[in-house]
Design a protein around this ligand. Structure first.
Ligand SMILES: Cc1cc2nc3c(=O)[nH]c(=O)nc-3n(C[C@H](O)[C@H](O)[C@H](O)COP(=O)(O)O)c2cc1C
Length: 162
C-alpha cells in the first residue's frame, strides 16, 4: 500500500473477528515500530505482545477494557526511561513509533486502535506486570469486523496552517 493512501485510509478499529494474528504479522508490525525516528536515535521504546487472559492486566485498568478483551492480541508500548534524554522529545519519538505500527497494521489489512486512556493507570499496570518501564499506550489489534470504522473527520486545512 502506498504510504499516502495508508495515511489517509487508516481509521481506528475497535471490533475484531476471533481470527488470530500470526507471529509473522506481529513481527512485521514491531519492525515498523523499530524503524521509527527518534531524537539522537535513542529509540526509547519497549514492546510487549500480549494474548489471551494476560490481556486482563491491561483491560481492568482502562474504561476501554472491552476493546482489549475483544482483541486477539495487544501490543503495549513502554517508555524506556533509561534510554531517554529529553522527555518531550522522547514522547514525540514514541508517538512516531506507534503511528508507524498503526500504518503497518493497516497495510496488512488488520485493524487497530491506539488506547491512551490506560495511561491514567499506568503505575498499576506496571506494578501488576512487574515492568520497570513506563506504559505509554496499548495498541489493540485484530482482523476488523465489517462496518466498525468511525468517522474520519478532520479540521479544515485553512484552520491548521498559521
Ligand atoms: C494519544 C492517543 C490516545 C488515544 N486514546 C484512545 C483511547 O483511549 N480509546 C479509544 O477508543 N481511542 C483512542 N484513541 C484513538 C482516537 O480516538 C482516534 O485516533 C481519533 O478519534 C481519530 O480517529 P481515527 O483514528 O479513526 O482517524 C487515541 C488516539 C491517540 C493518538
Amino acid at each position: 500500500m502506498d504510504v499516502h493512501e495508508a495515511v489517509k485510509t487508516r481509521r481506528s478499529v475497535r471490533e475484531y473477528l476471533k481470527t488470530d494474528v500470526s507471529n509473522l504479522e506481529i513481527a512485521e508490525i514491531l519492525e515498523a515500530g523499530r524503524w521509527a525516528p527518534s531524537g539522537l536515535n535513542n529509540q526509547p521504546w519497549k514492546f510487549m505482545v500480549v494474548r489471551g487472559e494476560k490481556k486482563d492486566a491491561f483491560a481492568k485498568h482502562t474504561k476501554y477494557g472491552r476493546i482489549i478483551t475483544g482483541a486477539p492480541v495487544c501490543i503495549a508500548v513502554f517508555y524506556d526511561v533509561e534510554s531517554g534524554y529529553d522527555r518531550d522529545k522522547d514522547m514525540q519519538s514514541i508517538g512516531a513509533c506507534i503511528q508507524n505500527m498503526l500504518l503497518a497494521i493497516h497495510s496488512i489489512g488488520l485493524g487497530a486502535v491506539w488506547l491512551g486512556e490506560i495511561k491514567n493507570q499506568h503505575a498499576a499496570v506496571e506494578k501488576e506486570l512487574d515492568v520497570k518501564h513506563e506504559l505509554m499506550a496499548v495498541i489493540a489489534l485484530g482482523w476488523p469486523t465489517k462496518g466498525t470504522q468511525g468517522d474520519a473527520e478532520r479540521k479544515e486545512m485553512q484552520d491548521l496552517v498559521v
